[in-house]
Ligand binder design. Structure first.
Ligand code: ACO
Length: 402
């Protein structure tokens, strides 16, 4: 019953915890994570069971509304999403304004923010119930369209419109890969692999991008503004951007002759800024359960697709060495979700700079669920304190005297 925050504020004391390593920002009923034991559960269901038995859309429903849907609820949810997959034609004009070398994450976050202009009613902080739900459905429906269009802009191809006969992942793949006047059949192996990857990325409690979504939303900014901020937070190489950084790193190691020992030494050298990308995690200090599932899936998918990617062997070699290396063992550094995910994305034909966009597609239901929970709990505006280390009061110096 004691409100520590209030007590501290009254006493003038401030907890200094850079990076919030040990500061809880909220209570949440969405995702349970035990970093020591390597446990991850969405709404009480284990990530292992969900990855094996569920679908991404079902997991999205679970995260956002708190329970697994009945078959009728799931059909309604899917149909609602399909109804909104098309985006306003004027959004294409915004897309066309981007140079082709624009990073797709920047394009994605801009298009998501642009939704506030097409649905200004979403800006009303007092919206509730069905009105908020409509914003939720719209963003779920339109993100795959934006993601595929960001890619089309990059390669300079005409965009594809959504095909609502298809499921969520197949529709995305078709918009991404279909070319004019050419047949495109979605390979179910590819669609299933993507679906599983999206499930594994769907939520991860108060990580950098999710905390960003909650803190932006805490000022009563709209869902679209909050999600767009989350996309930008995810972009960085220490967060979602790690998945592309991993592939670039593995490629560099391969080109360098595959000498994993040399690169391990670089990662351990404190004078060298290089870090082993895809290794280490703020919370998992034993293993990342998602990495285990993805490692197995990588073997499976590459086998089914008949892809032989030499970087998979390099990745496995690095993991083997790290498990026996004092530096990595001491610091409890294990492969995280992104160590093997890039290898699968690459086998699916997804280009490297779209990897973080794929992560954003997967994380979207988690961001929505956390934004919704924050609003429903009427959480206060997020506003951390600081310890000032600057100058004391000093007189203004006239320009002629500087
Ligand atoms: N390679 C080499 N050394 C590492 C690595 C790594 N990947 N990760 C951490 N370390 C070392 C640090 O240098 C530090 O060593 P020290 O105690 O001798 O100074 C120690 O391990 C602890 O590292 P911190 O950076 O303090 O740990 P933090 O919890 O702040 O960072 C992070 C976690 C950002 C994930 C970090 O491990 C990292 O940079 N990893 C590589 C990037 C990456 O894979 N990010 C994806 C994270 S998962 C996700 O977002 C989905």
């Amino acid at each position: 019953g004691v409100d520590i925050g209030k007590l501290r504020a009254e006493s003038g004391l401030i907890t200094l915890d850079p990076g919030f390593k040990n500061t809880g920002s909220t209570k949440s009923a969405i995702t349970f994570l035990d970093g020591e034991k390597g446990i991850l559960r969405y709404r009480g269901y284990s990530i292992e069971e969900l990855a094996e038995k569920s679908s991404f859309i079902e997991v999205a429903y679970l995260l956002i509304y708190g329970a697994l849907p009945s078959s009728e609820e799931l059909t309604t949810f899917q149909n609602e999403i399909k109804y909104h997959t098309l985006v306003h034609e004027d959004i294409k004009k915004i897309l066309e304004g981007f140079p082709s070398n624009a990073h797709p994450m920047g394009v994605l976050s801009s298009l998501v923010t642009a939704l506030t202009a097409f649905y200004p009613e979403s800006l009303d902080p007092n919206r509730s119930g069905d009105a908020v739900n409509l914003s939720i459905i719209r963003i779920l429906a339109k993100m795959p369209t934006f993601a595929a269009w960001a890619y089309k802009n990059e390669v300079g191809h005409p965009v594809n419109y959504p095909d609502n006969r298809l499921d969520y992942c197949s529709n995305f793949l078709k918009m991404m890969f279909a070319l004019p006047a050419a047949e495109y059949e979605v390979d179910p192996v590819v669609a299933n692999a993507l679906d599983k990857l999206l499930i594994l990325h769907a939520d991860h409690e108060q990580n950098c991008s999710t905390s960003t979504v909650r803190i932006v939303g805490s000022s009563q900014a709209s869902l679209y503004a909050s999600i767009s901020a989350g996309i930008n937070a995810l972009w960085g190489p220490l967060h979602g951007g790690a998945n592309s950084a991993v592939i670039n790193m593995l490629e560099n190691i391969r080109k360098d002759g595959g000498d994993t020992k040399k690169w391990m030494a670089k990662a351990k050298d404190k004078d060298d800024p290089f870090r082993l990308m895809g290794f280490g995690h703020r919370v998992y200090k034993n293993f990342d359960p998602r990495a285990k599932i993805i490692k197995k899936a990588a073997d499976d998918v590459l086998d089914k697709l008949g892809v032989n990617d030499p970087i998979l062997e390099i990745a496995k070699g690095l993991e083997r060495e790290a498990l026996e290396d004092e530096y990595f063992v001491e610091r409890k550094l294990y492969p995280n979700v992104d160590f093997y995910s890039g290898i699968i994305y690459r086998a699916l034909g997804i280009p490297v700079d779209m990897f973080t966009v794929m992560f954003a597609l997967g994380r979207l239901p988690g961001w929505i669920a956390q934004w919704k929970e924050m609003r429903e709990n009427h959480e206060p505006i997020g506003r951390p304190r600081q310890i000032y280390t600057g100058e004391n009061l000093r007189p203004y110096v006239d320009m002629s005297k500087r």
